[in-house]
Write a protein that binds this ligand. Structure first.
Ligand code: TZP
Ligand code: MG
Length: 218
């Protein structure tokens, strides 16, 4: 059964092996969970991933168990087969991943479904599709964590997308703690971050700032 709650978007951590230099992903995610993240997405892909497909599967199983211990939803980026195999709590898909309507058909009843939308046309099209739980909108600012990121939309772009969206929106891309008040003012439901946490020297403090921004209550 899917158990989506918009508050899970408040402090949404995304990570894969490509985002870490020497650290073990289990150690990093454990620290983030202990600090209070509200959702975790395993996004392991691209030429800089350290994992073979078998290692990725093993890591996904271990990360799912870890998130389970903390009662935090475990989502997988893009890979529907992997998500089904490890019985992930959710799947996040982009515009150029497997078609969203197919994803909904494969997992819709049992998994939380997130969908990336980076412009008004994408939000309006997504609004017409039943079964999506939330939109990931961005990149808000320049990011070095995603090579093929869409053009930056800024706070003004995010404001437009949140207004048009019929679902909760999590902001993504280049987000720093100083940006959180402005992001929350757009009535977004939270922030999704990679480097803000992987480069943080104080996970407790960073996650607490993410959690306590004045996000849209829903
Ligand atoms: N999608 C849009 S921007 C982005 C993704 C996965 C990367 C976000 O990483 P960071 O380090 O928080 O900018
Ligand atoms: Mg994707």
């Amino acid at each position: 059964m899917k158990k989506f709650n918009p508050q899970m978007l408040n402090a949404y951590f995304i990570c894969g092996s490509q985002d870490l230099k020497q650290d073990n992903i289990l150690t990093v995610v454990q620290k983030a969970l202990a600090a209070g993240i509200t959702a975790f997405q395993f996004r392991d892909k691209g030429p800089n991933s350290h994992f073979t497909p078998d290692q990725r599967l093993q890591a996904a199983r271990q990360l799912k168990a870890l998130c389970n211990d903390y009662h935090v939803p475990f989502l997988i980026d893009d890979d529907v087969q992997l998500a089904l195999k490890v019985q992930a709590d959710g799947i996040h898909v982009g515009q150029s991943d497997q078609k969203i309507t197919q994803v909904i058909q494969s997992v819709g009843q049992k998994m939380i479904i997130g969908y990336s939308c980076s412009n008004l046309a994408e939000v309006q099209a997504a609004n017409q599709i039943d079964g999506i739980d939330y939109y990931g909108c961005g990149p808000i600012f320049a990011t070095t964590s995603k090579a093929d990121a869409s053009p930056v939309i800024g706070i003004s772009g995010l404001t437009r997308l949140v207004k048009a969206a019929t679902r909760p929106v999590v902001a993504i891309g280049g987000i720093k703690t100083d940006d959180l008040p402005a992001l929350a003012q757009t009535q977004a439901a939270g922030a999704a971050v990679i480097s803000l946490l992987t480069q943080s020297s104080d996970y407790q403090n960073t996650v607490s700032q993410l959690r306590t921004a004045a996000w849209q209550a829903n």
